[in-house]
Design a binder for this molecule. Structure first.
Ligand code: PMP
Length: 399
C-alpha cells in the first residue's frame, strides 16, 4: 500500500465550500453573505488609503529583509499595546504586559493556546456556543479538551446571560475561558459593561483564565468603546490574554497581522512569560513576517496616518450600521411584521438573522443569496446595490 493509503479526506471548511458554490453560481443577482470580510459600497475589498500611504512611505526607504526578532517588530508590539490597553495604561507603565507579533488573530490565539497547554496541560477550554468556527479546532489542535458555555438565546434574540454565568460558575479552577471582546462572531450580540463586570467577578472567584479574542476592535462602537472591556479586566487586577487581529480593521487579511498580549502580575513575571512565548513561536515558525506589521506600525505611529485610519475605520463601521438600519427598513417595507430591532442591536460584521437552515437553503437555491446555514449573514457584504434584492428575498422567505 502507498504511504498515504490510510489518509482520510478532511471535512471541507463549510464557509469556503459555500464560496466555491457561490463562484460557480451563474445567477447574475447572486450575493455572497457567507464570508467574513468587509466589502465596500461597490462590493470590493478596500485598500485603505492610510495603508497605501504607509506603503509609499516604506517604499521610499527600501530596507533589506533580515529576520525579525522572534517576538516581532518592537515598535509594532508597542503600538499594539497602546492601542489595546490605552497609551497611558498603568499595566503598561508597570511593565506587566508582554505583546508578541503574531500571524493574524489566529496566530495570536494559537501562540497563546500552545503556551497555556505547557503551563497547565490538564486545563479545559470553554468557548461560547456558538463561536467562531475555528476556536474549537484551534484549541483542540493545541491538545485541549474544548467545551461550550451557553451564549446565544434564540428566543430572546440576545445573550443567554444567566446560563452563561451559570456555566462559568461551574467551571473548574484553571479553565481557559475564550471570550469575544466585541462584535461576537457569529451572533453579533455583545455583553454590556455591567454583564462584563459580572463575568469578571465569576472568573475571579472561580480562578478561571480569561482569553479575550479581539478580532474586530473599532467595528462595534469605536476603538476606545470596543476596547473598554480590556480596561475592565485591567481594573479587576486579573492576569489575562488578549489576541488582536488587524485583518478587518486595516483590511490586511492576507498580510497576517495580529498579536498576542498577556497581562502578568509583575514585570519580572512578564519577562518569564515572554521567554516562553518566544519558545512557542521559535518552534512553530521561528519569527513573523515583516511587511504587514511595518505598515500597521507606520500608520499607528504617524499622527496624520493614524487619524486617517481612525476615519476610515469609522467609515466602515458607519456603513455597516447604515446597512443594518436599511435592512430593517426594507424588510418592514416588504411586509415583515415581526420585531426586527435585534438587527440594529447587534454589533460588528455579522448578524444572526434567526433564519432556519431551510430558509437559508431557500435563499441560496431560489435567489442566489449565500449565507451560513446557521442563519449568520455578513452585514458588511450588503450595499445599496444589493440590499433591496436581499431584503425582498428575505421578506419573501420570512412571511
Ligand atoms: N477571531 C474571530 C472571532 C474571528 O472572527 C477571526 C476572523 N474571522 C479571527 C479570530 C481570526 O482573525 P485573523 O484572520 O486575523 O487570523
Amino acid at each position: 500500500a502507498s504511504l498515504f493509503a490510510s489518509v482520510d479526506m478532511a471535512p471541507r471548511d463549510p464557509i469556503l465550500g459555500l464560496n466555491e458554490q457561490f463562484q460557480a453560481d451563474p445567477n447574475p443577482n447572486k450575493v455572497n453573505l457567507g464570508v467574513g470580510v468587509y466589502t465596500d459600497e461597490n462590493g470590493k475589498l478596500p485598500l485603505l488609503a492610510c495603508v497605501k500611504e504607509a506603503e509609499n512611505v516604506l517604499a521610499e526607504i527600501p530596507k533589506p529583509r533580515g529576520y525579525l526578532p522572534i517576538d516581532g517588530i518592537a515598535a509594532y508590539d508597542k503600538a499594539v499595546q497602546s492601542l489595546v490597553f490605552g497609551a497611558d495604561s498603568e499595566v503598561l507603565r508597570a511593565g506587566r504586559v508582554v505583546t508578541v507579533q503574531a500571524l493574524g488573530g489566529t496566530g495570536g490565539l494559537k501562540v497563546g493556546a500552545d503556551f497555556l497547554k505547557r503551563l497547565n496541560p490538564s486545563a479545559r477550554v470553554l468557548i461560547s456556543d456558538p463561536s467562531w468556527e475555528n476556536h474549537r479546532a484551534l484549541f483542540e489542535s493545541a491538545g485541549f479538551d474544548v467545551g461550550n458555555y451557553p451564549y446565544y438565546d434564540a428566543a430572546a434574540r440576545g445573550v443567554a446571560f444567566e446560563a452563561m454565568l451559570g456555566a462559568l460558575n461551574q467551571a473548574q479552577a484553571g479553565t481557559v475561558i475564550v471570550l469575544h471582546a466585541c462584535c461576537h462572531n457569529p451572533t453579533g450580540y455583545d455583553l454590556t459593561p455591567a454583564q462584563w463586570g459580572q463575568v469578571i467577578a465569576v472568573v475571579q472567584a472561580r480562578g478561571l483564565v480569561p482569553f479575550l479574542d479581539m478580532a474586530y476592535q473599532g467595528f462595534g462602537e469605536g476603538i476606545a468603546e470596543d476596547g473598554a472591556v480590556i480596561q475592565q479586566f485591567v481594573a479587576s487586577g486579573l492576569d489575562f490574554f488578549v489576541s488582536t487581529s488587524f485583518s478587518k480593521s486595516f483590511s490586511l487579511y492576507g498580510e497576517r497581522v495580529g498579536a498576542l498580549s498577556v497581562v502578568c502580575e509583575s514585570k519580572e513575571e512578564a519577562a518569564r512569560v515572554l521567554s516562553q512565548l518566544k519558545r512557542v513561536i521559535r518552534t512553530n515558525y521561528s519569527n513573523p513576517p515583516t511587511h504587514g506589521a511595518q505598515v500597521v506600525t507606520t500608520v499607528l505611529s504617524t499622527p496624520a496616518l493614524r487619524a486617517q485610519w481612525e476615519q476610515e475605520l469609522a467609515n466602515m463601521r458607519e456603513r455597516i450600521r447604515s446597512m443594518r438600519a436599511a435592512l430593517v427598513d426594507r424588510l418592514k417595507a416588504h411586509g415583515v411584521a415581526t420585531d426586527l430591532r435585534f438587527i440594529t442591536r447587534q454589533k460588528g460584521m455579522f448578524s444572526y438573522s434567526g433564519l432556519t437552515p431551510q430558509q437559508m437553503e431557500r435563499l441560496r437555491a431560489e435567489y442566489g443569496i449565500y449565507g451560513v446555514s446557521t442563519g449568520r449573514i455578513c452585514v458588511a457584504a450588503l450595499n445599496t446595490h444589493n440590499i433591496d434584492y436581499v431584503a425582498k428575498a428575505m421578506a419573501a422567505i420570512m412571511r
